[in-house]
Design a protein. Sequence first.
Length: 214
Amino acid sequence: MSISFLDHITVTAFSLESGAAFVSKALGVAPQHGGEHPRMGTHNLLLRLGATAFLEVIAPNPAVAAPARPRWFALDSLGPQSAPSLSTWVVRTTDIHHAVATASEPLGAVEPMRRGTLDWLITIPADGSLPLDGVAPALIEWHTETHPACGLEDKGLSLQQLEIFHPQPQRVSELLAALALEAPVCVRPAQPGTPAHLVAHIQTPQGLRVLSAG
């Protein structure tokens, strides 16, 4: 069985400026420049969370035309009044096609992607939605010699735990078991009337901080 690992957590925002402000307020550290995703009409900012993990802030890129297809991570659903939020996460595997085939939830088609000199494969639902209300991860297979986090500035951050809250926690647990995930992830039942959501506990130079919904 191919083991998978937590690769990065993703904050979605209508603009990079609002996403950066959200992360800076929560963690006391500003994310650094990332790059552009031409196929998706998006761009991002990044924060290193370790040698093989990072935090991403992603938003539609207003400098380019919208793609002919839905953008990933449900970004087309955001408007100027939408609050930035920790909306989803991404799991790394060395055999993405096998992982998709064995996953207990539909995670989307495997598609090639590029940002600058980086190439990878990633799962993207055709409608751009977030699987399982956003708590199911996207799958990624990097085609790089070293993990992209290695090239990011080390600002003293590390992910201590990712909590997943969902009204049907067993579905989430079954998915993570099918992916053979090795990561500091905890699945919990969402309180009645509370939507599914993620909570990241991140160690910072100022102490332990929490990142979640906006």
